[in-house]
Design a protein around this ligand. Sequence first.
Ligand code: HEM
Length: 394
Amino acid sequence: MVDFNDPDFVNDPYEALKTLRLQGAPVWHEEMQMFLAARHSDANDVFRNKSLGRIFKDKTPEFEWETFNWLHSDSILDSEPPKHTRLRALVAKAFNRNKIEGMRPAVERITQQLLDAIDGKVKSGENFDLIADYAEPLPVKIIADLLGFPESDEHLLRPWSQSIVKMYEVNPSQQYQIEAKKAAGEFAEYVRDLAEHRKTNPGQDLITDLAMVEENGEKLNSHELVATCVLLLNAGHEASVNAFGNGMVAALERPDQCALLRENPRGITETALEEFMRFDAPLHLFERTATVDTELGEVKIAKGQKIAALIGAANRDETVFENPDSMDLTRDPNPHIGFGAGIHFCLGAPLARLEMGVSLPALWEKYPTMQLASTPVRRPTFVLRGYESVEISI
Ligand code: HEM
């Protein structure tokens, strides 16, 4: 059975995921105590089946994990209707396609600033880091701007978020647990203070809007306010950084795909982004719990049992995608499930697509000859799959 913590598996999980997928129906993983859905149709059903819920189980001891627990149980992602419907409705308007399209000038401006800074390095003969210099700052700056998180404190976001999301890996270490508790406490306190401040000093941002809703005492309590802001700040950049980084590295390793990007970056951007998402998924595993006895992909799931959707495995399903193990930046249609499905379908998908849609062609137009300068360094995690650093030379 697949070992999610084996460094060889983390380095390249796709052969093992294929073996799992070719077994057919979801299989029971004894150590994880859950079914694994690797086929496209099964993983898709895990997201859509109404008898399966996202049920956050509090971590214990409660006094140590208190803030971490409510940051999750009171967030959009970890709640179910009717609470989920209420929380999602409060922020959905801010993320609809028209609102997001209105952010295009800001995304273009920040992309340009980052390219100018990279150009400084390139002109003095230095290489640059695709992650730290480009893939990471763009989504961090945009989500901070949208929420109204002060620019001077933006550097705090990534470390807090990274410490919290490491808890989503399979069997997180003691060290990860200590860091997650600390980050949850600091992040929650910071956002709480910021929201309080915005009640008397309103800005034109989402934290102000949500703080006003809480103030009116109607649809949002104080934990939900903080949990929603923290979720948006984290979800708003973690996967975007890795979707861009994973896709770029895979393309840079393939001369035929590089040629496509070099010759006509703007022309293939739309399909290229979707293939970035499919080919080397930035998020691999999402769990659900059966709320009643149910059946999925020929297996019976008893009430209380868990099943996980394996996105990266589903996105390589040979019954859905032609040549699934080949990257094809012109692939169309591309029904990957990188943004999930059903009621928790990614709220930020239009924003992620806008960011990558602006930053990808801008980078290739500026540096058509760019290449990997050294072996990219992977993060040692499976669920959130990405690179630590990717050195590029021109
Ligand atoms: C390439 C980048 C991204 C990927 C691959 C991605 C992927 C996903 C996936 C798979 C889910 C569903 C999780 C589940 O059903 O259990 C999700 C939910 C969510 N995403 Fe994203 N996401 C990305 C970018 C963003 C951005 C930019 C935001 C901006 C705020 C965002 C906000 C959210 C939120 C709030 C949810 C929870 C929605 C709900 O529970 O109703 N995501 N995302």
